[in-house]
Design a protein around this ligand. Sequence first.
Ligand code: SAM
Ligand code: SF4
Length: 349
Amino acid sequence: MNTKPQADDARPGRAPAGGQRRMIDSHGRTIRDLRLSITDRCNFRCVYCMDPGVRFMPSEELLQPREMARLAGLCVGLGVEKVRITGGEPTLHPALEEIIRGVAATGVGDIAMTTNGWRIGGDECRAWKAAGLTRLTVSIDSLNEEKFSTLTRSSTGAADVVRSIDCARGAGFDRVKANAVVVRGLNEDEVPALAGLARTLGIEMRFIEYMPLDSGRAWEPGLLVPAAEIIERINAVTPLREVGRDEPSSTALVYEFADGAPGRIGVIAPVTAPFCGACARLRITADGKVRPCLFSLKEWDLRPLLRGGAGDREIEEFLIDVTWTKQAGHGISASGFEQPARSMSAIGG
Ligand code: SAM
Ligand code: SF4
């Protein structure tokens, strides 16, 4: 029974007191995975994410590295087992190493980062690894330079990003992954070539369905390439064998190559096969808002607590109460679906 009293605008109602101090929502899901966005700034303007005219948040509104570390520590104390550092483009943050060190100091064993791969050389990889980063995911939507440029609207080339992925592998990160958002008419024909990259480099190439989270609000169902089609396109060239999800809460359904070649394929199908029922994620934005769901229409501000002298216990209670409000699912395909005001880059993917 939901015994939660009415929330006001700044504070959620109280979650029922449980025996364990964990972040559990009213649908019974427990938070184990924190997505920590450290900046909303980016040097790319990917068509599915950021409009060229996007405006960034004022710097003074962004969390300081010590505030991020404190929040990460409190979340770890409440049962978080994985932290993913994201953005915007996290490698643009001048204090990235300090942030990684702060997260690592919480004792969490799994610290991943998602990057567009514009500046990953051996030196950076070694520094991030020494600071405590354990895994890297690099986004790459096409191997064709013209398409890559159309998709990312950046001066970085696809070949530069492939080199970055290679550097990440060379630095010895566990399970290097690559992400591609597939957009109808732009890169669905690149899917087999990207799958080939997984084979060549022995990485996990993950294809993501385009979600309505772009700041330009250009998303429409016709631009979606369903996961089933993505798999068909790969199967037609290199047959796959389904493996399943690494963990029940994993976003990706994973496949191996049927011929035993190295590398794996993952498909993330939030639109055609939502995985909300097993979601274990909570997001904190670069300006300190907690978002129980990527598609939350309501977010909860941690800065008044952080900057108003709140104790750890008070912030933990706030996180527990916010988690209780986590919606059952995103409802992208439901009538009346409303796209959140923030885009993916301002939430943290
Ligand atoms: N800038 C970094 C990058 O691009 O990898 C990290 C932040 S980005 C927001 C995180 C992930 O979200 C990327 O892999 C990106 O491709 C994905 N993404 C962005 N907009 C998306 C959308 N509308 N639908 C699905 N995935 C999206
Ligand atoms: Fe930047 Fe990443 Fe969004 Fe592309 S997907 S615009 S690289 S934040």
